[in-house]
Write a new protein. Structure first.
Ligand code: HEM
Length: 140
């Protein structure tokens, strides 16, 4: 698969994109901030946290830029850095089922805490699963 799976299918206009439904730029930023705060704080995400640098500032900025476009908003990541090549960029990190599931649980918790509606959360959960599973580079 050469393209990152994304959740924008079925969004017939800009008002229906997950980006708009979430609440736009500020909401995406807040979601990403909460995601990395939780990764830093919660013992349940320790193995996921251990794969990241001590300073999460770089990861926070890149995920925010990426998610804006992935959710159907402005293509901020591509404008700055070109094609994300997300799977290749994750190859240096051993990602198995445990790491995938910690990433997904951390994002789910962040979405719940940010008050993302049940409908939107369900839609995004599926798209995040496809993307995170596609990033897996270990069988276990
Ligand atoms: C499946 C489990 C995942 C693990 C273990 C993981 C881990 C990581 C790590 C360690 C980094 C490097 C951070 C840094 O440079 O400090 C990174 C970068 C990144 N991750 Fe993930 N990630 C996962 C899933 C995802 C998913 C599902 C997405 C998108 C929906 C994503 C988007 C990104 C982006 C955009 C970057 C920045 C890439 C760049 O350097 O330009 N990751 N990830």
């Amino acid at each position: 698969m050469s393209q990152v799976p994304n959740p924008t299918e079925g969004a017939e206009n800009a008002a229906q994109t997950p980006y708009a439904l979430l609440g736009g730029d500020a909401a995406v930023r807040e979601l990403v901030e909460r995601f990395y705060d939780l990764m830093d704080l919660e013992p349940g995400y320790a193995q996921l946290r251990a794969l990241h640098a001590a300073d999460l500032a770089h990861a926070r900025e890149k995920l925010y830029l990426f998610l804006c476009g992935w959710l159907g908003g402005p293509s901020l990541y591509i404008e700055r850095y070109g094609h994300p090549m997300l799977r290749a960029r994750h190859l240096p990190f051993p990602i198995g089922i445990r790491e995938r599931d910690q990433w997904l649980a951390c994002m789910e918790q962040a979405m719940v805490e940010q008050g993302v509606s049940d409908d939107l959360r369900q839609r995004l959960r599926q798209a995040f699963f496809q993307t995170a599973d596609w990033m897996r580079n270990r069988t276990a």
